[in-house]
Write a protein that binds this ligand. Structure first.
Ligand code: ZN
Length: 453
């Protein structure tokens, strides 16, 4: 079966996991109610209660149940920025059943496609990718809302710039138009801000999902009230936010982590690769939100399947919107083409330390810098979908483990755990309460609507 409707390519956000963390079964009365609208479930409803298993039908029903049962409380004030207008907030399920008559599972979806609808029917076609444990019920609910919105007459456009540049049907023009990606942002923002009873880590995950879609799926920038900051992980596993003023450093203690390990950004998400190689990698959050079972993308799924010996060879990852790189002890493994899952490996001529971001972490960029033990810097990346490693024109006064620009400030982390403020070639030591104890340095943003208490 081919379709002529709108493809919703979620290829860039194939993230993952755990099933709806509520009851294990759907009550018989609830099943009858679902079957009243979606007659395809009549047979199942006749059998009484439905208990979740790992079948596509179960995952479909978990998404429907998330829409029916998630409690958003009675008041949901809107945001002052463009993240949450509240225009879809009241009755997700009513919105869905007003537009969609049935779900069809399409086994032949193109790679990366999660679901789609056609202009000529009220069916929603759901792809196997959406119906595995690697996709959450909350993701599915958000996708269902997004797809239903297409039937109100909102197609996508090709992204002309930014992280999704060149991708067909992967952008909307502006969020205020209220199209399908606006629905995506609104639903994730609503889950993050207002979904009572949902695990804090899932709410934190939804927060990042709202931000990344706001940042990457609109041609016109979305207005978000936010402040960029540095985030520091100290060797006692404690997160601290860090902001620079003219001559002062402001720090604030946040949450802690169970273990140490490098942290790499995946858009607004943080992914940790634990130093203890017997542990798996995954999303971490800075405010004691705890853990999710969610897998942080294909690269991390691959890492978690690898042996301890293989993990020891792996150092860290760089994640861009349309390419990524795994830094190994003597090489870099590139995935330059989202459609091709076989990495290309380029050898390094010297020992690497890690990725540095002296111009900021940018998911749209095709070049990043790699610091070596000698202090020499390399530009690595993808050009025309082909990988490259070459000597960089950049140089610093000494080797650093991290260099990161946030806003107008550049901070470097030396191997001895000390931080420096960089101004061109000049490095000035930063005095913080965790001098000499800094383990990791990553970007962070305080988003007023989602983060204010
Ligand atoms: Zn779409």
């Amino acid at each position: 079966m081919r379709f002529t409707g709108w493809i919703c390519s979620f290829v860039l956000m194939t993230m993952a996991a755990s099933v709806y963390a509520a009851d294990n079964c759907i009550a018989a009365a609830e099943m009858r109610e679902i079957a009243r609208h979606f007659t395809q479930f009549e047979g199942l409803a006749k059998k009484g209660e439905f208990c979740f298993d790992d079948t596509p039908t179960a995952h479909l029903l978990a998404g429907i149940m998330f829409m029916r049962k998630t409690d958003f409380g009675s008041t949901q004030p809107v945001s002052r920025d463009e993240l949450f207008s509240g225009r879809f907030k009241n009755d997700w399920y009513g919105y869905l059943v007003g537009r969609i008559s049935d779900f069809q599972i399409d086994q032949d979806c193109p790679p990366g496609v999660v679901a789609y609808v056609s202009f000529f029917s009220t069916s929603m076609y759901v792809c196997p990718l959406a119906l595995t444990p690697s996709f959450t019920a909350l993701d599915r609910a958000s996708v269902f809302m997004h797809e239903a919105r297409h039937l109100d007459g909102y197609p996508h456009v090709t992204c002309s710039h930014g992280a999704r540049e060149g991708l067909r049907g992967a952008c909307d023009t502006r969020i205020s138009d209220g199209g399908s990606y606006a629905v995506t942002v609104e639903t994730y923002a609503q889950i993050s801000k207002y979904a009572g009873g949902l695990h804090p880590a899932l709410r934190a995950y939804a927060r990042s999902a709202a931000i990344i879609h706001a940042e990457e799926t609109f041609e016109e920038p979305v207005r978000i009230d936010r402040t960029a900051q540095f985030l520091v992980l100290s060797k006692d596993r404690q997160f601290h936010s860090l902001s620079l003023n003219a001559d002062t450093v402001q720090t604030k203690e946040l949450g802690s982590l169970p273990g140490l390990g490098r942290i790499n950004m995946r858009g607004p998400y943080m992914v940790q690769f634990p130093d203890d190689k017997t542990q798996t990698a995954g999303y971490v959050f800075s405010r004691n939100e705890g853990e999710t079972e969610q897998q942080a993308g294909d690269l991390v799924i691959g890492y978690n399947k690898s042996t301890v010996a293989e993990r020891t060879e792996f150092m860290e990852m760089h994640s861009s919107a349309q390419w990524n790189a795994q830094l190994m002890k003597g090489s870099v493994r590139f995935l330059c083409d989202p459609q091709n899952k076989t990495p290309t490996e380029l050898a390094l001529s010297e020992e690497p330390v890690g990725f540095i971001y002296p111009t900021g972490y940018d998911r749209a960029a095709y070049t990043v810098q790699l610091m070596s033990e000698s202090g020499r810097i390399y530009d690595i990346g993808c050009s025309q979908r082909r990988p490259f490693v070459r000597a960089s024109l950049l140089a610093f006064d000494q080797p650093y483990r991290r260099v990161l620009k946030v806003g107008a400030d550049v901070i470097a982390l030396r191997k001895d755990g000390r931080l420096f403020r960089l101004n061109g070639a000049t490095a000035t030591p930063l005095n913080t309460p965790f001098d000499g104890r800094v383990y990791e340095l990553v970007p962070n943003q305080h988003v007023e609507f989602l983060d204010a208490n």
